[in-house]
Design a protein around this ligand. Structure first.
Ligand code: PMP
Length: 464
């Protein structure tokens, strides 16, 4: 009799799509919408390129989900994972156990991260990294005898994952609607969205407005009740919103003045996505907590991490006798195979990939500048290998599109048909996060195909 694997291999592509429809719940996707759309089933990848089960070849300008930062088909990562899986596929971190790759990774990462972030807890991805940070921050304020400090402040348009509490720090309506979020202790202030800010051309004014909004929110809640401010250095899932340079540093100083912790979520921006190893490095910022995932393993295995500043670690360490556990942990915290993958991925970043990302990032910026002249393009923005195009129905007024026109859905189809994967947000923003291995020629292919898609969108009678 057939093994399940052999059965799958003999299925026609059509029935794979039917099986998907019948049984698979897709992340962040409408159930009925997916039934109508059907799955695009991917089969293999190589460098910047993906091939689906019908043999269609597309260039991936979004690195999977802003994660495959080394590109597909990196054999040295396959070798590292295989070797670790053969030697020791699993070791718990409970009961004082450990494994070599996890320990070496902790040492490597804490050397790379901003000063003070000397301690790391490993998770399976970004959502549980943010969730772990929330739990540790809660534990910390109880430990130091300030149990009232439990309110969290985050930004409009922010994304901090999909855990049952973290999704309340996220400020995207789909993550709240029907999920009873945000919780009463989760608050949001205006995003530093330069294109949509009344003084968007004035960097100092944009920075000052976020600082003022945080001060006002903390004053309203009472500083004695506020635990932390949580932000991305560049807001990713909100539509690649790039604050002015100096913004993160100003917010760090503001948190210190207000006596609240700062959690910087580098799940997208980490590992060279914006140029330096971490976006915090650009501004010399050391947060109290920092979360990473995605680029950490470049999608080759699941892993995230939360870094904890030494002053927080020491306070928690001193707060209870050694026989009392700090009850936070997952079976797969610090998984040795994921850790072996991460060590090899970081070796690739340090041996040319970060540099290539900076080089191709300059070509990326030039393409973004050029495409700004297109009649549909209101704004372009980016840093390093992270960027976006925002489409508008009127360049002068910056008016967006009627949601009923489903610009995001149409662009998703047009770009796929033209052989390029980009992120098409509902609010007519096109997000780019190509792998750092992308060449200048491949970047030109991406923009050729995106521009063709924009022209085709412009030709639609109800868009003109
Ligand atoms: N934080 C940020 C800034 C993210 O972009 C994401 C994922 N897009 C997450 C957290 C959640 O990570 P994950 O999907 O790995 O749980």
């Amino acid at each position: 009799h057939n093994t399940p694997h052999a059965q799958t291999a003999t299925l026609s592509n059509r029935s794979l799509v039917d099986l998907d429809r019948a049984h698979l719940i897709h992340p962040v996707t409408s159930f009925r919408g997916h039934e109508a759309h059907g799955a695009r089933v991917l089969a293999s990848g190589d460098g910047m390129w993906l091939t689906d089960i019908d043999g269609k070849r597309v260039i991936d300008a979004f690195a999977g989900l802003w994660c495959v930062n080394v590109g597909y088909g990196q054999e040295s990562i396959v070798a590292a994972a295989t070797e670790q899986m053969r030697k020791l596929p699993y070791a718990t971190g409970y009961f004082h156990f450990g494994s070599e790759p996890t320990i070496l990774l902790a040492e490597k990462l804490t050397a790379l991260t901003p000063p003070g972030l000397d301690h790391v807890y490993f998770t399976l991805g970004g959502s549980d990294a943010v969730d772990s940070a929330i739990r540790y921050i809660t534990h910390y304020f109880n430990a130091i005898g300030k149990p009232a400090k439990k309110q969290f402040v985050a930004l409009d348009w922010g994304y901090h994952g999909s855990s049952s509490t973290g999704a309340g720090l996220t400020a995207l309506p789909a993550f709240h609607r029907g999920f009873d979020l945000p919780r009463p202790w989760q608050h949001h202030i205006a995003s530093p969205y330069p294109y949509r800010h009344p003084q968007g051309d004035d960097d100092a004014a944009v920075i000052a407005s976020t600082v003022a909004a945080l001060e006002a929110k903390v004053a309203e809640l009472g500083a004695e009740n506020v635990a932390a401010f949580c932000c991305e250095p560049i807001q990713g899932s909100g539509g690649v919103i790039v604050p002015p340079r100096g913004w993160l540093k100003a917010l760090r100083e503001c948190c210190d003045r207000l006596g609240i912790l700062m959690l910087v979520d580098e799940v997208i921006t980490g590992f060279g996505r914006t140029g330096p190893m971490f976006a915090c490095d650009d501004e010399g910022v050391s947060p109290d907590f920092m979360t990473v995932a995605k680029g950490l393993t470049a999608g080759y295995a699941p892993m995230g991490a939360v870094f904890m500043a030494d002053h927080v670690y020491q306070a928690i360490a001193d707060s209870a006798p050694p026989e009392l556990a700090v009850g936070h942990g997952f079976t797969y915290s610090g998984h040795p195979v994921s850790a072996a993958v991460a060590l090899e991925v970081i070796r690739l970043y340090e041996n040319g990939l970060l540099e290539n990302g900076v080089r191709t990032g300059r070509a990326f910026a030039a393409h973004l500048d050029r495409i700004r002249a297109h009649p549909l393009v209101g704004d372009t923005r980016g840093r390093g290998m992270l960027g976006a195009i925002e489409l508008v129905s009127n360049k002068a007024t910056r008016a967006g599109f009627d949601p009923a026109l489903d610009i995001g859905g149409r662009l998703g189809k047009l770009t796929w048909d033209n052989g390029v994967i980009v992120r098409c947000f509902a609010n007519a923003v096109i997000g780019f996060a190509p792998a750092l291995c992308c060449s200048e020629d491949e970047m030109a292919v991406i923009f050729e195909r995106v521009e063709t898609s924009l022209d085709q969108l412009l030709d639609m009678p109800d868009i003109r």
